[in-house]
Design a protein. Structure first.
Length: 400
């Protein structure tokens, strides 16, 4: 319920200073406009009290009708985002009519300038509205002095003119701010959706690329074993089933946003994948525990290991692969090297997504040619070390 009220209030503020777009908005805005047209009571009472000649009364009715019609056209008429010439012309007409009727028919007609001030606050840009509204209030003050108004009457004339215009400037600015906030909220929602699609694309690429590569390798291996070694082929088929089931679980977790791989699990998977591909794996330098490694940073390194091993199996043609984990200053770095074909061309989708993952964990990715001519991948993430606590110095004894 509170969200609906908030949306309704936002919609009301957004329509302030803008032309109605349908019949419902036209009726609502007309009701509000007629409500604060009650200030015209003073002008109508002046015409009906018999204080003026017939010619002056006819002139007053004609001027009041022209003023009201022009005001309604200005308030309810359709317009663009920018101030148009016809709007400036109608504002000038309202000002001239209000001043002329005030000078010819007397003090009660000065109230027409209140509507000129309100219209200026609604229609004019902020810079010009802040200048025009005080100018109109000064005109009201001058007309009141010319017609012999007292201090109380001057305040009753000047304050509504000044405060009405200022209030409309504030309300219009609030409406513009709320429109910008709603547009910003829509933009944020769009960016969040794009980020979620990007995350899902990265996860699916990394998950399915690794799992399907392993399934392909084991299927080929089982095919070669099938005629002569059916028991070993059956074991490979069982591994294929296990990998397929795990891939299905990983995809579901990735879609739900719960997937966070660990280094231990990825090291075990890397050993299996490399062995199935006939690559001699050296993972001895990847053992160890790192208590200062944050979960997000560990997940980024685990994704890096998976991507690196997938590339070794699918693209490198390597016979040997080394994986090492080592601290480098305040960073923990994962290094994967092989003796295969080496780097070729720009980053693909996998390495591009990996760079983005590491950036989210304040890490970095380095690639290049290895020491033995193969491919080198180095992924580094910061370690969250606790701040060193310094013991306070013991107080020194004073010498007496």
């Amino acid at each position: 319920m509170s969200e609906r009220v908030e949306e309704a209030a936002a919609g009301a503020f957004i329509q302030v200073g803008r032309a109605p777009e349908d019949l419902r908005q036209l009726v609502a805005k007309s009701c509000w406009t007629v409500l604060y047209m009650s200030y015209l009571y003073y002008a109508v009472e002046d015409l009906t009290a018999g204080r003026h000649t017939t010619v002056a009364t006819a002139f007053g009715w004609a001027g009041l009708t022209a003023f009201v019609l022009s005001y309604f056209v200005l308030v309810l008429g359709r317009r663009g985002e920018e101030l148009a010439r016809w709007q400036v012309g109608l504002l000038a007409e309202l000002f001239v009519l209000a001043v002329t009727l005030s000078l010819t028919l007397g003090r009660p007609w000065t109230v027409l300038l209140v509507y000129v001030s309100i219209s200026s606050g609604v229609l004019l840009p902020l810079k010009w509205g802040l200048r025009t509204v005080p100018f109109i209030a000064l005109c009201v003050f001058g007309l009141g002095l010319l017609e012999g108004a007292g201090i109380a009457e001057l305040l009753l004339l000047v304050l509504p003119t000044l405060l009405g215009g200022a209030a409309m400037i504030a309300v219009v600015q609030m409406g513009r701010t709320m429109r910008e906030l709603r547009q910003a909220r829509a933009t944020v929602a769009h960016l969040a959706a794009n980020e979620e699609r990007l995350r899902l694309a990265r996860d699916l690429h990394d998950l399915l690329g690794h799992s399907l590569s392993l399934i392909t390798l084991k299927s080929e291996l089982a095919g070669r074993m099938l005629p002569e070694r059916p028991e070993e082929a059956a074991q490979q088929v069982a591994d294929i089933e296990r990998v397929s089931r795990q891939a299905l679980v990983d995809v579901r977790e990735a879609v739900s946003g719960f997937r966070r791989p660990t280094l231990d699990a990825e090291l075990a998977g890397a050993r299996t994948a490399l062995a199935a591909a006939g690559v001699n794996a050296d993972l001895g330098r990847a053992a160890g525990t790192f208590p200062d490694l944050a979960p997000d940073a560990e997940g980024a390194l685990a994704w890096a290991l998976r991507e690196a091993v997938t590339n070794v199996v699918r693209h490198s043609g390597a016979r040997r692969c080394e994986v090492a984990l080592a601290e480098s200053g305040d960073d923990l770095c994962l290094t994967v090297t092989d003796d295969g074909r080496g780097p070729a061309g720009p980053y693909g989708n996998g390495l591009t997504g990996l760079t983005e993952r590491l950036a989210l964990a304040n890490g970095r990715l380095e690639t290049g040619q290895g020491a033995r001519g193969g491919f080198l991948l180095r992924a580094c993430v910061p370690l969250s070390r606790p701040a060193a606590v310094t013991e306070p110095e013991a107080p020194r004894e004073r010498s007496h």
